[in-house]
Design a protein around this ligand. Structure first.
Ligand code: SF4
Length: 273
């Protein structure tokens, strides 16, 4: 088979890869990513030059304050916590081809791995955008600010709602536009997902939330008594509920805006009289 050649480069905020059969463009500021093939209609199933995204766990979960019963890393429970060192991270990073655009860091608590922010800074300095998912615990305004300076996106899992919602407000107030909720969807957590949708529509702390991502439960932890939510009718009911709530929210926003504009117009009219 003939070996293909690729050109990987950067132009302003954009990183790109060009080759005859596979091309991509990634905007490091907005997160926009597009891949295509020989023609714009082609949708290559995989990257022949190396991965576009790296999902990296940098700590085991032995000491995580989340204590989630469904923790996918719980198989390490009872063992000593292990943190990836900065040197280990650099050695892994250097082994990856330049095709990499983003790293999704899997952490435990925000402070579990003392080298976490240093690793993210290193990735960014080398043209790869860091993102992470946290449990919402121990987030401060300083951490939120630092995150908005380094990261493209951040996801907050709903472990303790109050902490998670406060963390989302801190992230979005510090300028993060790509701040998402990660919700673990299982048969056991299905009903509460509707409550979360209601709260997103009503809680001002979540006004600038980008998205809620429903993660299908994967039975990795042998001790956990959870079941994947695989019934398509139940899934579609949740999606429809989400759409209805969002429509109501948009309508309320439009009504408030119209009221505000008409009050403004009335004031201008009076001022001109
Ligand atoms: S917050 Fe994440 S790492 Fe910590 S216990 Fe929960 S699922 Fe596991």
């Amino acid at each position: 088979m003939k070996q293909m050649e690729a050109i990987i480069g950067e132009r302003g905020d954009e990183k790109f890869l060009m080759s005859p059969d596979y091309k991509y463009v990634f905007n490091k500021k907005t997160g926009f990513f597009a891949r295509w093939g020989k023609t714009k209609e082609d949708d290559p199933q995989w990257s022949p030059f190396g991965p576009e995204i790296l999902d990296l766990e940098i700590s085991t979960s032995a000491t995580c304050s989340g204590r989630c019963k469904f923790c996918y890393k719980k198989n390490a429970a009872g063992q000593e916590n292990h943190n990836m060192t900065f040197d280990e991270f650099v050695s892994i990073f250097e082994k990856f081809p330049k095709t990499l655009t983003q790293i999704a860091y899997g952490i435990c608590d925000i402070d579990t791995n003392p080298d976490f922010f240093r690793m993210m800074e290193y990735a960014k300095e080398h043209g790869v955008i860091p993102n992470y998912t946290c449990n919402g615990h121990k987030i401060t305004t300083e951490i939120a600010k630092k995150t908005s300076e380094i990261c493209g996106a951040v996801a907050v899992s709903l472990v303790t709602k109050e902490s998670s919602y406060n963390a989302i407000k801190m992230f979005t107030d510090s300028g993060m536009t790509q701040c998402n909720i990660h919700y673990m969807l299982s048969e056991e957590t299905y009903d509460s997902a509707f409550e979360v949708v209601d709260e997103i529509a009503a809680d001002p702390r979540l006004a600038k939330l980008n998205a809620i991502v429903f993660l299908q439960y994967k039975p990795k932890n042998k001790e956990a008594d959870f079941h994947s939510c695989v019934n398509p009718d139940r899934y579609s009911k949740l999606m429809k509920y989400w759409k209805k709530e969002m429509l109501i929210m948009v309508l309320i926003h439009v009504l408030v805006l119209l009221l505000w504009e008409s009050l403004k117009a009335e004031k201008i009219r009076k001022d001109l009289q």
